[in-house]
Design a protein around this ligand. Structure first.
Ligand SMILES: C[S@@+](CC[C@H](N)C(=O)[O-])C[C@H]1O[C@@H](n2cnc3c(N)ncnc32)[C@H](O)[C@@H]1O
Length: 314
């Protein structure tokens, strides 16, 4: 059963890799950044001096956790798609008295279960029910999750990683999961000076470069392909028209790689586009979610670099 599951996952990964690398602008799905190594590299990124989002969002959460608890209600189940290390969530788990159950969800299963064990030790009064699933596809909550208000917590401005056409699909999934009485607490990165943005994704210690290249290493490990990360350079660029930071892997010298029998050719100077991080004004964000959610409260830092927003379903 487990073996069949792994074969299916490998086939689906190969299919997505071939599809992405067959396009004129080559792409790879950003969810492939994350195996255990990718998750650990991401955690290192969050501690970099240039990477303002994590520390800014943490401070907003710490400064406003009590008020957030009031908004969320008396008894809730907290669901976190793409929970990773759950580090920021600890601010909520440690301070809010209203969380009876926490459902961390992640595609990187091994890492998720390790984190969940640690959380069980640290928060014995909260039922911790990890769910290893891809949240871009339809999913169901564990049957044992309690019948109380459902709150989806989605920090890190991960919403900015979706292409615009996929955001709506995601918002609809969240809207359905929480139901009409639920709530959505979401971290949203705001527009700011371009040098600040570009520095955050091109750090001097080159951890982001290692993270970006791990997408190729991860695909090699899972499927047996032979991408050579040394033949690529990491670069993050601000795309003003689309209001987003784009991460790319630029090809240093022409070469080709065999992917499940399909030859993929790389020309010198072309790139694989691996991730987008959209940045918003408050109005743009409100507009984007308006079909599904109403923004009820916004918390920000002093510089207005980042926001945490409380939304209710329409
Ligand atoms: C950028 S980290 C964010 C971690 C955390 N939420 C935070 O704000 O610090 C993204 C996490 O989402 C997970 N992830 C990415 N795409 C996913 C998907 N489609 N389904 C489930 N998890 C996903 C990754 O494995 C990773 O742990």
């Amino acid at each position: 059963m487990i073996e069949t599951d792994q074969i299916a996952k490998k086939a689906s990964m190969l299919e997505e890799v071939i599809t992405g690398l067959s396009q004129e602008q080559k792409t790879l799905p950003s969810k492939f950044f994350y195996d255990e190594k990718g998750s650990q590299l991401f955690d290192e990124i969050t501690n970099l001096k240039e990477y303002y989002p994590t520390r800014t969002e943490r401070k907003i959460l710490e400064d406003n956790v009590n008020e957030m608890e009031e908004y969320l209600g008396e008894e809730i189940v907290l669901i976190e798609p793409g929970s990773g290390s759950s580090e920021k969530t600890r601010i909520l788990l440690g301070s809010m008295q209203n969380i009876c159950c926490y459902i961390p969800m992640d595609i990187s299963g091994d890492y998720l279960f390790k984190v969940a064990d640690q959380l069980r030790d640290d928060y014995p009064d909260i039922s911790i029910q990890p769910l290893s699933a891809d949240y871009t596809k339809p999913f169901e909550l564990p049957e044992s999750s309690p019948e109380v208000r459902r709150v989806v917590f989605y920090p890190g401005s991960t919403i900015g990683n979706f292409k615009l056409e996929k955001v709506e699909q995601f918002l609809e999934v969240i809207h359905d999961i929480i139901g009409e009485d639920g709530a959505f607490l979401i971290g949203v990165d705001l527009k700011k000076d371009i040098p600040v943005l570009e520095a955050a994704y091109n750090d001097s210690e080159e951890i982001t470069a290692a993270f970006n290249k791990n997408i190729l290493e991860h695909i090699n490990r899972k499927t047996g392909t032979n991408f050579n990360p040394d033949l690529f350079d990491h670069k993050a660029i601000w795309n003003n028209e689309k209001s987003r930071i784009e991460m790319h892997l630029f090809v240093k010298e022409a070469h080709s790689v065999l992917v499940d029998g399909v030859e993929v050719s790389f020309k010198k100077g072309e790139s694989i586009h691996t991730e987008n991080s959209h940045k918003y004004t408050l109005e743009e964000f409100e507009d984007m979610v308006s079909e599904w959610f109403e923004v009820k409260k916004v918390w920000m830092d002093e510089d207005q670099y980042f926001s945490v927003q409380y939304l209710e379903p329409k």
